[in-house]
Design a protein around this ligand. Sequence first.
Ligand SMILES: NC(=O)c1ccc[n+]([C@@H]2O[C@H](COP(=O)([O-])OP(=O)(O)OC[C@H]3O[C@@H](n4cnc5c(N)ncnc54)[C@H](OP(=O)(O)O)[C@@H]3O)[C@@H](O)[C@H]2O)c1
Length: 268
Amino acid sequence: MINLKGKSVLITGGSKGIGRETARMFVESGARVTITGRSAEDLVKTRKELETSSSSILSVVADVSREEDCRRTVDTVIAEMGSIDVLINNAGMSARGLCSESSIELYQTLVGINFLGPVMMSRLCLKEIQRNKGSIVFISTLAALKGIPGLSHYSSSKMPLTAFSESIRGELKKDGVHISIIYVGFTGNDPDKTIYDSQGNRVPLKRSKNNLTQQDVASAVVRAVLGRKEIITLSVLGKLAAFFYRFFPRLSELVLTKQALKSPQYEE
Ligand SMILES: NC(=O)c1ccc[n+]([C@@H]2O[C@H](COP(=O)([O-])OP(=O)(O)OC[C@H]3O[C@@H](n4cnc5c(N)ncnc54)[C@H](OP(=O)(O)O)[C@@H]3O)[C@@H](O)[C@H]2O)c1
């Protein structure tokens, strides 16, 4: 177990939702936290909300799908904080829509944010994290354990994180680097959360059934870093889904398809 006091923790997409709650928990643990996001306004709001008299938060306006933004983020954190011990690849966007109705640009956008973003951030932070024998955490989803009808873009953009995390875990073990991936299920969202529709417009997410709170996910992230846990599948329901996807793939497909046709907005 490591002590988080004074550690430099960089959280992409830390201005809202799960990222904001994760930032809050790291701040409470004594870490020095940096948050990123595209909206400067949301970053300022979150910084004001989370800062205490003894801990200030660094925020960087950056789009994780743009390499120059990723590079500027990492350079800024090193200049301001002096190091990076932990990278939480949390920034992500979801989408709804059948493959036949979805634009190719939507696939490119989601792959850019959900997969290439974490790859670029991880590569740019690598030297720092190797030097500090630190952690890289990937926030994935149950929709990356099995392709979900109506979410082909989202599932396909998150699934490669599994391969990437497994590959680099093998490459970096000798350096004492900890790689973690967390599969998250239905989580309570900010009321103003948006997702992309099939044409790439940002629309509100309407969903009422959730099994996890943002705090549940945030504490799993902290637990993963402290315990150097490699894989976490969240909630009993999530573990059950993972079991069914693996051992009863046909039955799972039938159930998921029925559910998707009933409501295209049912899963993350
Ligand atoms: N909520 C769920 O039910 C659920 C379930 C499974 C997995 N997850 C995963 O958990 C993570 C967080 O989800 P959430 O529900 O907390 O989402 P959220 O409330 O929509 O927050 C997303 C965060 O990521 C940032 N972001 C989005 N696109 C970005 C980009 N291109 N560059 C930089 N920052 C970007 C957002 O800020 P800006 O918009 O200002 O950029 C925001 O800070 C995501 O990876 C998601 O896939 C969520």
